[in-house]
Design a protein around this ligand. Structure first.
Ligand SMILES: Cc1cc2nc3c(=O)[nH]c(=O)nc-3n(C[C@H](O)[C@H](O)[C@H](O)COP(=O)(O)O)c2cc1C
Length: 193
């Protein structure tokens, strides 16, 4: 069973976090979830909810997850000796991108990103911002050089989506492609089915 760390920060795009939270266990993964306070604010705003905790968010999504407080830098997942197969930050704010690119581990998600890069493990950063300034671009270039995979929260349209759910599934599917999880979340080009 793959262990996947999912960090949720205060960028727009709570639907991506919700879908990952739902799909990871359905695809045989153990999810380790951490949400920043601004991530929680956006989850409530965009999903029209009033969750007090990440636990409530996970339970309402029907997903099983190990939940961590963003301030708990003593959590097992904070150490490179704790084996995690892949780390996903989705959605990722530009604040997170800047701090991660500078090696600043001021909360558990930033620490996990730092650990992923130092241990040469998979780290996917699904950022959401537009347009981008030079600071954003340079930070993302630094993270790419350090081994992270930078993904824009920008779904394709070549699979002819009929609804928003299919756009979200496309992004979850692209993340699963990178972390080697078999799925049928979107129709792959040329697959015929
Ligand atoms: C409604 C709302 C939407 C936001 N959307 C974005 C966004 O799409 N991208 C981004 O980089 N920051 C966005 N922000 C700003 C971040 O939430 C802010 O920089 C925050 O400090 C990020 O902190 P965190 O990375 O610890 O969660 C948004 C803030 C609010 C209140």
């Amino acid at each position: 069973m793959k262990k996947i760390f999912l960090g949720v920060t205060g960028a727009s795009g709570a639907v991506y976090a919700k879908d990952l939270l739902k799909q990871l266990p359905l695809h045989g993964c153990e999810t380790h979830l951490c949400v920043t306070p601004d991530g929680m604010t956006n989850i409530n705003l965009e999903l029209k909810k009033d969750y007090k905790t990440a636990q409530e968010f996970a339970e309402d999504t029907g997903a099983e997850a190990v939940i961590y407080d963003h301030n708990n830098l003593a959590a097992p997942v904070s150490s490179g000796s704790y084996r995690v197969d892949a780390y996903i930050v989705a959605p990722a704010s530009m604040g997170f991108v800047g701090r991660a690119a500078s090696g600043i581990s001021s909360n558990l998600i930033e620490r996990c990103a730092d650990v992923a890069m130092k241990e040469r493990r998979k780290l996917i950063i699904l950022f959401r911002e537009t347009p981008l300034n030079l600071i954003h671009l340079e930070n993302m270039a630094a993270l790419t050089r350090a081994g992270a995979v930078i993904m824009p929260a920008a779904p394709g349209f070549y699979h002819c989506p009929d609804n928003i759910s299919e756009l979200i599934s496309f992004i979850t599917g692209k993340i699963f492609d990178i972390i080697d999880i078999e799925h049928r979340l979107y129709k792959k080009w040329g697959s015929g089915g």
